[in-house]
Design a binder for this molecule. Structure first.
Ligand code: TNX
Length: 538
């Protein structure tokens, strides 16, 4: 594969030498305006940015070449080409041998350099003549591609050339995330969201370098994933949602489609089946599971903490075994989330017994268990992971057990909290979370949880108050963009005043993606000079 690249480089040099007299292709003599890579609106902010102040001309002569035999690299090249098209309407070829007419080239290289010895590290070298993106893994290359997307200007520059030129600032970027787990959770149980909606959310997360989407697939109000051995879960348990409208569910094929779509964007899906509480929908479908002693019926309200599985029945665990087995079989990622929160009507000793038994089932199917912070009250393995949402006491128990912790403190990281008293959607039991509060905190030091225990950050979006993609976007954006920076960028590279400007400049992207973000009054949102439609017209 390297030989192909060398060949491409060689041919392009000869070509440049031969053609430098041809006026049409002489774009390097175009006077590209000075640039400053350090002033670009990149989010998350990369680790190091070293500007060299000239410009790489992205135009119809540009081509992309990738390491061809390195796993996933050609796909990353194609992804970049598609996204360049979406932004500029340019058609950029990928790994096409014939390079006549090609001048500036983008190389996406698999590199074994020691400097890139981290799973998602990448380096970008942008000169007047080429963009070289080096990474050890396709995941790292994919993250680097997001950086390239973000520094392509929204509009072409004015040149005398008879074709359009986008002036990409030159310089060097050295980048690597602080946290290995950078996620958002979507609650598709309280209100169901279609495959198409979830894909759009995945696209937006990918642009900001997230690598995890946690799907909350079951709760009192709905069961959202087909389990072939227990069909009533979706027939009955999936039939409704909060507010009483009809619900929905993903077939295993649809779930697999989501898993693959996310994987193409180097995002892993973490499935959650919430238990032993939050299980009304399962118990309506199969009443033997119910442990609260009451008659179960479909529930479409917003209360929590009233349901529980019967934790002392063998059949309950046979059921859970099937559910974990079927979902694990179609989930390539290493994690299975068992919920475990707010089991207010499960006796403490039953809760502990339950979590310990379910941990074994999860491990039997080759997965690592994640659960909300309450699971650390049980005697579980250090390999299991606690998701901190409210209890410092539970976090301390997890630390004592040497467990890893995912940081999702409700007061800071809950995407379903209202921005302020005027918010159109959301709850406020953990407080209001305006755009600055969401950004100005340190997951590295929050509540004194030791850094070595922190696996990463996750921003959960509970859906009691939202039922459409527009409403989802209102709560998630712009805050999810800030969490992306908190989980990727070093504390030295985070500063609200500077971030605010970079965030304001996300508006053209969000508009182009038709994202109905909350236009926070704290941000001086940028209006784009040209609309996307205008670029398309001429
Ligand atoms: C608490 S956070 C819950 C969810 C609700 C959410 C609403 C957690 C682990 N449980 O069941 O949807 O509050 O903000």
């Amino acid at each position: 594969m390297k030989s192909n690249l060398i060949k491409a480089l060689f041919i392009s040099c000869i070509f440049v030498a031969l053609c430098s007299c041809e006026p049409e292709k002489k774009k390097r003599v175009l006077n590209l305006p000075q640039t400053d890579l350090a002033m670009e609106n990149m989010i998350p902010m990369p680790m190091k940015v070293i500007p060299t102040n000239s410009g790489f001309a992205l135009d119809k002569f540009t081509a992309i070449y990738t390491s061809e035999n390195a796993d996933g690299f050609p796909e990353v090249g194609k992804f970049l080409s598609e996204k360049i098209h979406a932004k500029t309407l340019l058609d950029i070829s990928v790994n096409v041998e014939e390079i006549s007419g090609r001048e500036g080239v983008i190389y996406i290289n698999q590199s074994d350099s020691l400097e890139l010895n981290a799973p998602e590290a990448y380096q970008l070298y942008i000169t007047k003549d080429s963009i070289i993106l080096n990474s050890n893994t396709a995941a790292g290359a994919f993250r680097g591609v997001q950086t390239i997307r973000q520094i392509i200007p929204e509009t072409p520059i004015d040149t005398v050339a008879p074709y359009k030129v986008w002036n990409i600032p030159t310089g060097k970027i050295i980048d690597n995330p602080v946290f290995e787990y950078r996620g958002s959770m979507l609650d598709v149980a309280r209100h169901f969201f279609s495959v198409e909606d979830v894909k759009k959310y995945i696209d937006l997360l990918a642009y900001y370098k997230y690598n995890v989407l946690h799907l909350h697939l079951s709760d009192d109000q709905g069961w959202r994933i087909e389990i072939k051995s227990w069909p009533k879960l979706t027939e009955i348990g999936g039939s409704t949602e909060v507010g009483g409208k009809s619900g929905g569910f993903y077939t295993q094929e649809e779930y697999t489609d989501l898993v693959n779509y996310a994987a193409q964007r180097h995002i892993m899906i973490v499935p959650e089946i919430d238990m032993p509480g939050h299980t009304n929908a399962a118990s309506v479908s199969y009443p033997f599971l119910n442990g609260n002693g009451k008659e179960v019926k479909l529930y479409t309200g917003m209360r929590v903490g009233f349901s529980t599985f019967d934790t002392r029945k063998d059949t309950t665990y046979a059921f859970i075994d099937d559910v974990v087995r079927e979902i694990s079989a179609i989930t390539p990622g290493p994690y299975f989330h068992i919920g475990g929160d707010e089991s207010h009507v499960t006796k403490k000793k039953d809760y502990i017994y339950f979590v310990e038994k379910v941990e074994k089932i999860v491990q039997k199917y080759g997965k690592r268990m994640i659960g909300w912070d309450e699971i650390a009250t049980a005697d579980i393995d250090s390999t299991s992971i606690s998701q901190f949402w409210s209890s410092k006491e539970n976090a301390d128990l997890a630390i004592k057990k040497n467990m890893k912790i995912i940081m999702s403190p409700a007061k800071k990281a809950y995407l379903d909290m209202e921005y302020d008293t005027l918010s159109k959607h959301g709850l406020h039991w953990a407080g209001y979370i305006p755009t600055d509060t969401a950004y100005v905190w340190s997951p590295e030091t929050y509540e004194g949880i030791p850094l070595e225990n922190i696996l990463g950050i996750e921003a959960p979006l509970w859906s009691e108050t939202i039922s459409t993609i527009d409403e989802l976007e209102y709560l998630a954006f712009p805050r999810a963009i800030g969490y992306a920076e908190l989980s990727w960028s070093t504390p030295e590279n985070r500063d609200w005043e500077k971030y605010k400007v970079r965030l304001a400049n996300q508006a053209p992207f969000l508009d182009r993606m038709n994202v109905k973000y909350y236009p926070s009054p704290l941000i001086d949102w940028k209006k784009s000079k040209y609309t996307y439609k205008e670029i398309q017209k001429d």
